[in-house]
Ligand binder design. Structure first.
Ligand code: SF4
Length: 410
C-alpha cells in the first residue's frame, strides 16, 4: 500500500488578485513576494496593509501564506530586514522562505516563533545539510531541483523531522537553482532577489570575432536552437512517486506568471491531487490534465531531474513557447436576474471566438457572439480593459477566469 502524506498544494501568488485566484481554484497554501525596498522582487505589489488583508482572507478560507524573503542580503539590507520581519510576524504570515543564513539569524532573534522555510536557492542536496538546517531552526526545506526522487526519498527517511517541499511544475533554470547572473547582467533584474527576467529563454547567436556582422545561426531543423533554454518541469503524472518519497508540499513555480496561469495550473493539480487522495494506489493521471497544462504557455514539458535517466532538461527545436489558449478575462460579478457575467476583458475578443469559463471542477462554453456592452448594445469585438456582459445560465464566482482558443494563423 502506498505510504502517502496529506499533500499541500502550494501556488505562486505575485499579488492579491493572484492570491484570490489561487484560493478560488484550490490552493492549500500560497507564496508571495514581500514588500520592502531592496528585498522586494518586482512581482511584489503589496503593501504590508494589503498583505495583512490578503493573509486574513486566506486564513478565513483555511489557506496558508508564505512570504519569500529569499534574497542574499547585503549589509545595507539588514536594517530593513530587521524592521520588516516583526511586521510580517504581526500580520500572521505563516512562514518566511529564506536562503541567507544572516536573515535566518535575524528571524531567530526578532521573531523567534515565525517558521522558517529554506528556499531552493540555498541548494540543499543531502541529508547532512538538512540536519544542519534543522539545527538552525529551519522547519521546512524546499529541496534543490537537481535532486532525483530516490535522493529525495533517502533524505526524507534520514531526517523525518524536517518538512520537505519540492517543485513539481514550472520553469526550470539552466543554472544551478537560480545561481545565475544573466538577468542581472542584461537588465539589472537579479535572479537572487527573485526577479529573474529569464534571459536564458532568449535567442542567442554566435559570431567570429573579426566578423561581428555575420552572426552564426545555429539551426536544428528549420528553427533556431535555444542553447540555454530548458523545457518546463511537469510532474503531474508522477504525483504518487513524489508523495511516497516523503514530500509534504508540492510547489508550483511562477510568481511572475499571470492570474490565468495560476488558475489553469491550480485547478489541474487540485483535480489530480483530489483524485490521488481518493484513489490512492489506483490513481492514474487523466490525459485531460496534461491536455489542460499544454493549453497554457510552455516550452515543452520535462520531468527534469526527478528520474536519474533524464539528468538534464533537454532543449528541442519546438521549444519556443507553445500555447493553444490565452486569457479572455476575469469575472467581476454574476447578475443572477439577467443570467450574465460581467467580464473584465484581458485580450482582444471577437464574436466568433471560442470562449470557456474555467470553474474549479468544470469548464463551461460561452457564446462570444452574444457579448454586450454596459448599456446593453450588442458588440462585434471587445478589447483589453473593456467591461462586457456575456450570457451564463449558472452562477460563476467572482475572480473566475475565462479563456479563449487562439486562432491558428494568429
Ligand atoms: S536566466 Fe534562466 S538560468 Fe538564469 S536564473 Fe533566470 S531562469 Fe535561471
Amino acid at each position: 500500500m502506498m505510504q502517502m502524506n496529506k499533500p499541500e498544494l502550494l501556488i505562486p501568488a505575485g499579488n492579491l488578485e493572484k492570491m484570490r485566484t489561487a484560493i478560488l481554484y484550490g490552493a492549500d497554501a500560497v507564496y508571495i513576494g514581500l514588500p520592502g525596498l531592496s528585498l522586494r522582487a518586482g512581482s511584489a505589489e503589496m503593501s504590508i496593509g494589503d498583505l495583512g488583508a490578503g493573509i486574513a482572507y486566506a486564513h478565513d478560507r483555511g489557506v496558508k501564506v508564505y512570504g519569500a524573503l529569499n534574497t542574499f542580503a547585503r549589509n545595507s539590507d539588514l536594517p530593513e530586514a530587521k524592521e520588516i520581519i516583526p511586521e510580517l510576524a504581526a500580520i500572521n504570515i505563516d512562514a518566511l522562505i529564506v536562503s541567507d543564513p544572516g536573515i535566518i539569524r535575524l528571524i531567530s532573534s526578532v521573531a523567534p516563533n515565525l517558521p522558517i522555510h529554506l528556499s531552493t536557492q540555498a541548494n540543499t542536496t543531502n541529508a547532512e545539510a538538512v540536519r544542519f538546517w534543522h539545527e538552525q531552526g529551519v522547519r521546512r526545506i524546499v529541496l534543490s531541483r537537481e535532486l532525483n526522487l530516490w535522493e529525495v526519498g533517502e533524505i526524507a527517511a534520514a531526517v523525518p523531522e524536517m518538512e520537505l517541499e519540492l517543485f513539481v511544475h514550472g520553469a526550470m533554470c539552466m543554472a544551478y537553482s537560480g545561481r545565475c547572473y544573466l538577468s542581472a547582467y542584461f537588465n539589472r533584474r537579479s535572479a537572487n532577489q527573485g526577479d529573474c527576467s529569464q534571459p536564458c529563454r532568449w535567442e542567442y547567436l554566435m559570431h567570429e570575432a573579426t566578423r561581428p556582422n555575420e552572426p552564426l545561426i545555429l539551426e536544428e531543423d528549420e528553427r533556431y536552437s535555444y542553447l540555454l533554454s530548458s523545457r518546463d518541469l511537469c510532474l503531474i503524472e508522477y504525483l504518487p512517486n513524489i508523495l511516497s518519497s516523503g514530500v509534504v508540499s508540492l510547489k508550483i513555480e511562477g510568481r511572475m506568471k499571470s492570474s490565468y496561469y495560476v488558475a489553469m495550473v491550480t485547478r489541474t493539480y487540485r483535480q489530480a491531487l483530489n483524485c490521488l487522495i481518493q484513489q490512492q494506489e489506483n490513481y492514474q493521471c487523466n490525459p485531460l490534465w496534461m491536455e489542460e497544462l499544454r493549453k497554457i504557455s510552455n516550452r515543452g514539458y520535462t520531468t527534469g531531474f526527478a528520474f536519474a535517466e533524464e539528468k538534464i532538461t533537454a532543449t528541442n527545436p519546438d521549444i519556443k513557447y507553445i500555447q493553444t489558449h490565452e486569457p479572455a478575462g476575469t469575472v467581476l460579478e454574476y447578475d443572477s436576474m439577467q443570467k450574465m457575467i460581467l467580464l473584465d476583458v484581458r485580450n482582444h475578443l471577437v464574436a466568433g471566438d471560442e470562449l470557456e469559463l474555467l470553474l474549479p471542477d468544470s469548464i463551461i462554453k460561452i457564446d462570444a457572439g452574444r457579448m454586450i456592452d454596459l448599456d446593453g448594445n450588442k458588440l462585434a469585438a471587445a478589447h483589453g480593459g473593456n467591461r462586457i456582459y456575456l450570457p451564463l445560465e449558472s452562477e460563476a464566482p467572482v475572480g473566475a477566469v475565462v479563456r479563449k482558443k487562439i486562432r491558428t494563423g494568429k
